[in-house]
Design a protein around this ligand. Structure first.
Ligand SMILES: [Zn+2]
Length: 316
């Protein structure tokens, strides 16, 4: 009798246990589902990111995953991140610019946003960071105030110049004289034709063009006041007596020598051929910018214009 009773009791116990286990599994599934939905893996998948892209983001942008949830998924998002000169601070601007110019190469998108040329010249211009000293960048987006004047201007001796009254910063002068003698040893003559120009001079030069043909005409031939690199005292226009003009200097042996030696003395060719859209200036074989030997060598070896180099490596 007793045995039978126990057996009868056992059946509901088993049922209860099974129900409990099933319930347990369901609760576990329910909770883990809730937890999973709170993970970045889930949220990014929902956004449209592929699994390998999520792995990439988690490895490289751990603390910025929320930013990716706040933008629409596009096929170009991950490739943009992998571009060589990608800068996080410009990320959203790259995305906006791609939408505006879907046919542009990503490399160009990156470059144009980094240096500012995705907007017309002189748009959003800001005061140049003069604390950068010899690395100072002046271009059509970075200007010097009307009262900026380098503190250590010196006047070059007449043997180094075409005309009197050529001023430049002390260190630039010393670097130029070293370069002058190095070139001389190879039978070449480098002479300075133009150097420091103050704000007022640039203002006058620009106004003369403007009076003659209007603003866009003036913009084609002169930098607006404050936007000329010559105001830094770090820039020299260099010619040689045999080829003393802007239309002929590139044909000289001196120019050829400068293309491979100027950086050894701290100078770079500031407006290279074919880079007009980047620098905002036509090719100027005669216009050299002093950066110091170390930086000039790095820029030279990078193959970048100074505008690009500065935006990526120096403008933090
Ligand atoms: Zn110049």
């Amino acid at each position: 009798m007793k045995k039978k009773k126990r057996q009868i009791k056992k059946i509901p116990c088993i049922i209860a246990a099974v129900v409990l286990i099933i319930l347990g599994i369901l609760i576990y599934k329910f909770i883990s589902d809730i937890l999973y939905k709170r993970t970045y893996d889930y949220k990014l998948l929902q956004k449209g990111y592929k699994e390998e892209e999520i792995v990439y983001l988690k490895e490289n942008y751990t603390d910025k995953l929320d930013d990716f949830l706040n933008i629409d998924y596009e096929e170009y998002v991950i490739p943009i991140l992998k571009e060589k000169y990608f800068l996080w601070k410009n990320f959203k601007t790259y995305l906006e610019y791609i939408k505006e110019k879907p046919d542009k190469k990503q490399e160009e998108i990156i470059r144009e946003v980094n240096i500012g040329t995705y907007q017309p010249f002189y748009t959003n211009a800001k005061e140049a960071d003069t604390t950068k000293e010899y690395a100072l960048l002046v271009n059509k987006y970075n200007f010097l105030s009307s009262d900026y004047e380098p503190v250590d201007l010196v006047r070059a001796n007449g043997q180094y110049t075409f005309s009197n009254n050529q001023y430049m910063r002390q260190e630039v002068y010393s670097a130029f004289t070293d370069m002058f003698f190095a070139a001389k040893e190879e039978g070449l003559t480098l002479l300075i034709n133009s150097s420091y120009r103050n704000y007022e001079n640039q203002q006058k030069a620009y106004k003369d063009y403007e009076d003659a043909g209007g603003k866009s005409y003036a913009d084609r031939y002169a930098a607006r006041p404050g936007f000329s690199e010559h105001q830094t005292g770090l820039t020299l226009d260099i010619f040689t007596p045999e080829f003393p003009t802007t239309s002929t200097f590139h044909l000289s042996k001196e120019y050829t020598w400068l293309t491979t030696n100027a950086h050894k003395y701290g100078f770079i060719l500031r407006y290279p051929e074919g880079k007009e859209k980047i620098t905002g200036f036509s090719y100027e074989a005669w216009h050299y910018r002093y950066l110091g030997v170390e930086l000039a060598t790095k820029v030279y070896e990078s193959g970048l214009t100074y505008d690009e180099y500065y935006a990526y490596y120096l403008d933090n």
